[in-house]
Design a protein. Sequence first.
Length: 399
Amino acid sequence: MTIRTLDDLLAEGVSGRRVLVRADLNVPLDKQTGAITDDGRIRAVLPTLDALVQAGAKVVVCSHLGRPKGAPDPQYSLRPVAGRLGELLGAPVHFATDTVGDSARSTVEALADGQVALLENLRFNKGETSKDDAERAAFADQLAAFGEAYVDDAFGAVHRKHASVYDIPARLPHVAGRLVLREVEVLGRLAGEPERPYVVVLGGSKVSDKLAVIEALLPTVDRLLIGGGMCFTFLKAQGHEVGTSLLEEEMVETCRTLLERSAGKIMLPVDVVAADAFAPDAAHDTVAADAIPAKRLGLDIGPETVAGFAAALADAKTVFWNGPMGVFEMPAFANGTRGVAEAITKTDAFTVVGGGDSAAAVRALGLDESSFGHISTGGGASLEYLEGKTLPGIAALED
Ligand SMILES: Nc1ncnc2c1ncn2[C@@H]1O[C@H](COP(=O)(O)OP(=O)(O)O)[C@@H](O)[C@H]1O
Ligand SMILES: O=C(OP(=O)(O)O)[C@H](O)COP(=O)(O)O
């Protein structure tokens, strides 16, 4: 099995050819203003886009943003991303106000050699994420019509069996972009025989996505530290009340089983910062993890937990971290993420941070990016890669 690369495509010559690029431009946005709060994922795809522009391709970029429900939803428009991408490329990006409709067709047709277009959010179309093969195929046919070749540079989405990731490669000559190649190369170091102790830190809010991964990772890791929105389903499984914290009730049983099987590898918070609302100025206190008041919700791990997690990280030789330890976007709830991130940088381990928000947290908290071994653009994708799963977006590129 081989995967052709962007260099292979460039060697064939792309001048004047339409090249469809799947990027992961799912950037965090400010909830009030809609402004992009971290452009790391846009920067990450620049090497691929720059190379195609230099080679004179007509570059058609597509991406998802957030989780709209298969219909246009203005809060998830990629328009601001087109603006930022244009600034970073140093040339305007032509924005199509739909994904495969009239605007997309005329925008793509009008492209001159070396110009870039961005289509509106793929997930404004039901076919993108549909579990029905025929529905996905119909959307993929429309999208594929915009390219003569396809480049997958959306590492953060390679674990999704979605039309733009999984079905397009069957329709167009396809290659992996620079970002996908680099991510796979670095993560390969962790997927093989990681140096021990191997410590994985998990947090964030995509609870059900990641619970499935924990089971697969448990035999491989020496310690698994769980904070962020992830921890409350586990605390509940231990018999504690979690107030109005993020909770996946239907996963409590799974967590109970995981804890039983974990042979003491799983470490949970012993204290949390509990607030009376999900708001930056909410009243809050540090409470024991087994004493979260009924009307409060945990928005960060507490200082005792940070100290415990730091101790569990101290002698690590390999660390993988995905998911903020709290709602770091609000300064009152950023201390857990900062503390754990700092503890990770103090180890002499090979350290990998994965995930759009985790990478954004590293930058937002002013931590030195170079003190991590690798900052991956994909959280779920890197976790599933480490799990050894066949990732739909990677498998589809193989010939
Ligand atoms: N205790 C918590 N309650 C609710 N949301 C949380 C909590 N801790 C962290 N989060 C949120 O999790 C989000 C990131 O989750 P996720 O998407 O899983 O991470 P990543 O993008 O790094 O993979 C952040 O926006 C953060 O505010
Ligand atoms: O943000 C993403 O993943 P991540 O939060 O696991 O890093 C990717 O853009 C995938 O998005 P999705 O989890 O809505 O499919």
